[in-house]
Design a protein around this ligand. Structure first.
Ligand code: GDP
Ligand code: MG
Length: 751
């Protein structure tokens, strides 16, 4: 036997299902035509009759019997169908192949709760005249096998006068049915369910009670059964192992038309669902017992039945061993895939636009947080899984479970990606918002005069930001899915918020440093300017500095140094307080202070250079000289008289002022007659200083040793040549003053 492969996954089986132009289903639908071809109109028919969605709530029965024994007539009376019947005049075969029709009779229950079951599908099978015409029994065997593989109940239609005629065509047919059933059992021992053989004895005259007819028939059946050569292993099997039996007799339709119709109507009520346990010999008889017992149902969902029937027929027609479990699995695979596709349509309608929005936003570089994502995803997920379960769970359990898992992991893969994208978006926009909020709060604080609490701003924005991230993540969750969890992402988020906070704090430190430097620079501008201005007053004295005395010229650098260090100390205190207030680490503070000292020194050097610009300095020297020369010890301006020692005074004053030039040309403390301890004052760079921290710092001689500039050089304010030049120019200026004094002395006499 070759492997059954009728139901393939490429959809070819289904191909001619769709090709039907509108069919006229007046007489039901022809399933198999006279050329043994399977017709593709069954799905349309079931759709038209509203059975497709019935799941297992439908029943299949077939009718067997010799040609022209009134089978179609019986079905039409029983079920209100319109199968073709032979007219009384032309006696020729009408039913070709296998037709199917839905029960048209009402399914309402009567007072005793009896009434026809819903969705009964009846198959009218071509008669067996083939044998009589000497044709082969091919179609008979195939249709019997087909009916056995699909139908719950097989009606065997028989004339009363044929009962006991063992040689009759009916017995030949039954033999065939038993043979193919054995064949089915052999191949599918675990999966073939029993069928009910329901004998309808026609034209019952009433002389012979039904019980006798039944006995006769049962004996015949046993006899046929025992005459069959059974396959190995089944030699001892009994007919009751394979079939249940029921019997009914109907009056003559022509002779007793009213009784006939009455009995047919009564028979109809037996086509209902029930839970009768057949007797040991398989009899489901007696009175009005229901005949649709659950154990007969083939458990093929209605929407899969056409495909199953076609697969079964193709296997039968190509003389392959009929492998029902494989047919059922193939059917399940095909249908589950179809159902998957169907249930994914509404899912896609909801989810695809979200996926597109997300990926567009990502490629545009501005990730978006989709509102209520969790709710939307959860409901789409629930709908798709529920619909799938509803439709597909009726199929082969193993296949269904597998396909369910496939579907679940398919949609979960997509939902998970959406979820992750959402968290990424929430993360990115949250961090952005946080940093912007802090920055703008700082700006607002600066506008209001700079008295803002950076630490408080960061703390409150941090809290808001984390809360928001959590709520966004929370609303993106799909409950009941272990993968939708945001704990680790929340951790990452908190970490990055801390990193960004650190960066913002650094920026704030820089701002603070800039403010401090500016403050130092402006304070130095004043205090150092004042010190230099004092030079213009030569009476400040030129003696050695003494405790408690007026400031002298000699200790100008001492005063500048201490003014400088006091100013910076003050700035350092303020800097430290402020930096601590926003939680800067001791290391960060240390680096900030170190930078502040260096920057302050640069500011001082700038200020000194400014004061030492040639023009400025010359003016100061001239003022200094004039003060010494033109005023007496009491500060009274001298009126030169020719008797005055103008030359002596001039020389003294000039020499005194000239002494300033070497004094000013080097930053030296009078106290120690050494440069100020700049290197010690600045201190060694803190261990945590980074290249970025040092980038904008100009080198300082004597402090940054590898710069190759000594402290001596750093402290040199005027070069030798500048000094020389300055002396020469100052002398000229002094000379001019002297000449003027001389002149005024003489002029004073002439006046
Ligand atoms: P089928 O070939 O078995 O489907 O038989 P038909 O339903 O086409 O009927 C064949 C002939 O038998 C028709 O002429 C019917 O009128 C006739 N017929 C139908 N039912 C009965 C019946 O209960 N008793 C008798 N005697 N004739 C019947
Ligand atoms: Mg017929």
């Amino acid at each position: 036997p070759t492997a059954p492969s009728v139901l393939t996954m490429n959809g070819s089986v289904n191909s001619h299902f769709a090709s039907g132009e509108d069919q006229n289903f007046e007489h039901g639908v022809q399933i198999i035509d006279e050329d043994k071809h399977f017709n593709g109109y069954m799905p349309q028919y079931l759709q038209a009759e509203g059975i497709t969605k019935a799941g297992f709530n439908y029943h299949l029965i077939s009718v067997f019997g010799s040609q022209s024994t009134g089978k179609s007539t019986l079905l039409n009376y029983l079920f209100g169908t319109e199968f073709g019947v032979m007219s009384e005049q032309e006696r020729r075969q009408t039913t070709k192949g296998i037709w199917m029709s839905k029960n048209k009779k009402a399914t309402v229950k009567d007072a005793q709760g009896k009434g026809m079951a819903e969705n009964i599908l009846v198959m009218d099978v071509e008669g067996t005249d083939g044998r009589e015409r000497g044709e082969d029994q091919d179609f008979e065997r195939k249709s019997a096998l087909f009916a056995l593989a699909t139908s719950e109940v097989l009606i065997v239609n028989i004339w009363e006068h044929q009962v006991g005629l063992y040689q009759g065509a009916n017995m030949g047919l039954l033999k065939t049915v038993f043979e193919v059933d054995l064949q089915l059992f052999l191949k599918n021992s675990k999966n073939v369910t029993k069928s009910l053989l329901f004998f309808v004895i026609r034209d019952h005259l009433g002389h012979t009670p039904l019980a006798n007819l039944k006995n006769t028939l049962m004996q015949d059946l046993e006899r046929i059964w025992s005459s069959l050569s059974k396959p190995p292993g089944l030699e001892k099997s009994k007919i009751g192992d394979y079939f249940d039996f029921a019997f009914v007799a109907l009056p003559h339709k022509i002779l007793q038309p009213e009784k006939f119709e009455q009995e047919v109507a009564r028979l109809g009520t037996r086509f209902r669902e029930g839970y009768v346990d057949p007797r040991k010999d398989g009899l489901v008889d007696e009175a009005d017992n229901p005949i649709f017992l659950p154990q007969y149902h083939r458990r093929i969902p209605a929407d899969g039945f056409p495909m199953y029937a076609e697969g079964v027929w193709e296997q039968i027609d190509s003389n392959k061993d009929l492998d029902l479990p494989t047919q059922q699995e193939l059917l399940a695979q095909f249908r589950c895939d179809e159902i998957s596709k169907e249930v994914l349509v509404p899912f896609d309608e909801t989810i695809t636009p979200l996926e597109e929005r997300q990926s567009n936003a990502v490629s545009a570089g501005s990730p978006i947080v989709i509102a209520e994502l969790g709710k939307t995803m959860a409901s789409a997920r629930q709908t798709v899984l529920k619909s799938f379960e509803e439709e597909a769970s009726r199929y082969h359990k193993g296949v269904f479970k597998r396909k369910q898992t496939e579907l679940e992991s398919k949609i979960d893969g997509r939902l998970k990606a959406l979820f992750q994208g959402q968290l990424t978006a929430a993360h990115k926009s949250g961090i952005n918002d946080f940093s912007e909020a802090v920055t703008s709060a700082v700006k607002a604080g600066q506008k209001k005069g700079g008295n803002y609490d950076f630490y408080k701003i960061v703390q409150s924005e941090k809290q808001k930001s984390i809360k928001r991230f959590e709520s966004e993540a929370q609303s993106s969750l799909i409950s009941g899915t272990p993968w939708s969890d945001y704990k680790s992402q929340l951790n990452l988020y908190q970490k990055e918020i801390d990193e960004v906070s650190g960066r913002l704090r650094k920026e704030e430190m820089r701002r603070l440093a800039t403010r401090s430097e500016r403050w130092v620079r402006s304070r130095l501008g004043e205090s150092i300017g004042t010190e230099f201005n004092k030079l213009g007053s030569g009476r400040a004295g030129s003696g050695a500095p003494e405790e408690g005395e007026k400031p002298t010229e000699k200790d100008i650098w001492d005063r500048i140094w201490s003014a400088f260090t006091e100013t910076v100390a003050h700035a350092e205190t303020r800097f430290t307080d402020r930096a601590r207030s926003f939680d800067a680490s001791p290391d960060e503070v240390e680096v900030g202070l170190w930078r502040l000292r260096r920057k302050s020194w640069a500011a001082l050097r700038d200020k000194i250079d400014e004061e030492m610009m040639e023009g400025n300095l010359l003016l100061k020297l001239r003022e200094n000289f004039e003060d010494k020369f033109r005023y007496d010890e009491e500060g009274v301006p001298r009126i030169w008289r020719p008797t005055d020692d103008i030359e002596g005074l001039y020389t003294k004053a000039r020499e005194s002022t000239l002494e300033l030039i070497p004094l000013l040309s080097r930053f030296r403390l009078a106290r120690t007659s050494a440069p100020p301890p700049l290197d010690a004052w600045i201190g060694t760079p803190p261990e945590t200083v980074t290249a970025a921290d040092e980038e904008d710092l100009p080198p300082i001689g004597g402090v940054d040793e590898d710069e190759g500039k000594s402290l001596e050089e750093e402290m040199t304010v005027l070069t030798d040549s500048k000094r020389q030049d300055l002396s020469t120019r100052f002398k000229k200026t002094a000379d001019g003053v002297y000449v003027e004094a001389k002149r005024s002395a003489i002029g004073g006499v002439t006046q």
